[in-house]
Design a protein around this ligand. Sequence first.
Ligand code: E4P
Length: 284
Amino acid sequence: MDKKFSAKIFIDGGEPEETKEAKKLLGFLDGQTTNPTLIAKNLAASVSSAKLTQDEALGEYKRIAGEISKIIPHGSVSIQVFANGKTESEEMLSQARERTKWIPNASIKFPCNAEGLKAASVACKEMPINITLVFTQSQAAAVYEATLGAKHPVFISPFVGRLDDRGENGMDVVSNMIKMYQSGDKHVEVLTASVRNIAHILYALYLKSNIVTVPFKVFRQWADKNFMLPAENFVYNPGNLKAVPFRKDIMLGKPWQEYDLFHDLTDIGIEKFSADWNSLVQSS
Ligand code: E4P
């Protein structure tokens, strides 16, 4: 992590050329997040009419992850398991054990539903992990509890932009989980994701989110502003977004299965990742 920033800076994308360019612009890069949608977008151009077999598509994901890994060998590269709403934890775990062998610096992403956290509770003893599609403080408490005793880095990815998109203040969720985690052992690193603009980056830095992942388009805008930092008296302006208040009644300390894991955007996100990936693949 560069001393100038209070967070690790990741790029969010599926295109190694962007990784190279972002690293050049900033002078370093702490990591990259990928997901099935981003990888499918990269591959869509080359496989437009002729679809890939599942094995070929997976091979392409592995190749892309490998290229990214070579560009940032000391960074962390998030690789996601493929899941739909019905995928069981054993299946996710078996995918994770395979994907973690792809590159030396992989962090395996699991969705924030019950099966994903069940898999993650085992995986965190074996490999770095990243819990994705997080939208609530209650989910964040569950992630913390499910990964207690982890032997590798654990990231949690609150998706701020997707909450903003529907009129709720996504950055409140980042703020709330950081506040709740203050009473914990700090084993979970908050990775601000689904970033849409420079204000998201600045507030994430101000809040001391451990990591912020930035899509290339916003990365360039930030570069144009010389990678500006939040002022000491920075105030985030949520505009008309509806506040998501901190919940005092949601505290760490219970078995993870007792927290409410439901959020409709988690379920919608899982199905969308799955659909985007399947659009590349021949149906069997
Ligand atoms: C990062 O890990 C996420 O996959 C990403 O930030 C999702 O962002 P989106 O809401 O722009 O798809």
